[in-house]
Design a protein around this ligand. Sequence first.
Ligand code: ADP
Ligand code: 3PG
Ligand code: MG
Length: 403
Amino acid sequence: MIESIVAMQNTKSIKDIDIQDKRVLIRVDFNVPMDSEFNISDDSRIRETIPTINYCIDNGAKSIVLVSHLGRPVGKSINFSLKHILKRLERLLNRAVTFVESVENVQSALSLLPKGGIVLIENIRFYEGEENNDPELAKALAKLCDVYVNDAFGASHRKHASTYGIATYVQNKVSGLLLKKEIDSFSKALKNPLKPVLLIVGGSKVSSKLTLLINILDSVDKIIIGGAMSNTFLQAVGYDMQESLVEDALMGDAIDILRSAKSKGVKIYLPVDVVCTNDPKNPTDIKITPAQDVPQGMMSVDLGPATVKLFSEVIRSSETIIWNGPMGVYEVSQFSRGTFSLAHVLADTYAYSVIGGGDTADAIDKAGEKDNMSFTSTGGGASLELLEGKALPAFEVLEKRDQ
Ligand code: ADP
Ligand code: 3PG
Ligand code: MG
């Protein structure tokens, strides 16, 4: 795993080039967790890019164009608009930022701004070409800059037009300060990790994360599986998870992971009891049951108390702990206990703790334990792919330092 991290550390950073009077485009990851009224519950991903943006302003960039995605929209929808984060960005930067609805409008917006003007483009995933890595979109973005900076660590495992394709059409392509900070921190954490190494994995992005586990088996000693991720495993071993979020198509992969873990001596821990409800958003019925006994019509939304005890013991007997994905629907107070309890237990250990994922970081902050973790990454899926030993595509396309 460490070889790929060392290679990624060799990426040229914005500090290695001259940006005076250059038009800079920065791919950021402003995919922050928000509540139903679009209040940002954790702005770390915005905060963490401020040093790069300020660096560009302080070093005489002619213009700064910010590109990000938000969520996983299907077509255009106000629910996924980056307008919701504009005010927070302006406040954190202490500067005005011009919002533009489309890539086509950037040039005219920039022409009205003085030197150092900042433009934020609407959610780049509103373009079909983003996730398809369409060369036309990549070229259109490339035209807006002399220097391409990637500071979107959270999206660095995506081969999209703004994280990957664009680099083909720009000569100067470097990492931002966050991308560098993340890779240096992971290098420190994973170079010689104290053993046993425990991975805690959960959350709802099951399809993009479950298949990563097979390669991660070579890097860890134990894996706790919770959240929606565990439902697919429990269903795969024969339990009827009823209305729980289950990825039927991935049950075969789940079985492969369990088998492979056994042969490699990696221990896997699944919930033994769960909290179930009829409706996670407006619960009128809540039951704690063994994982085998999810009542008809209900869904599993949190770890049960016996599981919390079991998982706590696993945490206490580990020396390096990497956590990605909440253990339940932590946004709803009745279903936050599993996640919050594990956060408290983790905070009380002397283990080296690495937290990854927008929602996981938010959950740990809500549990009041943010400052008690060794290192919090802005990447969720990206940090898991790193753990898999993969070179992240966004790094691959950036310039390398001379050895
Ligand atoms: P991260 O942002 O940390 O990478 P994910 O985005 O994968 O994590 O998952 C976070 C989401 O998972 C939260 O919104 C949470 O409500 C949801 N979640 C966790 N457990 C369950 C569950 N059992 N059923 C449904 N959703 C769940
Ligand atoms: C994340 O939240 O992990 C990143 O913003 C990437 O989002 P994605 O999994 O939708 O590509
Ligand atoms: Mg998330």
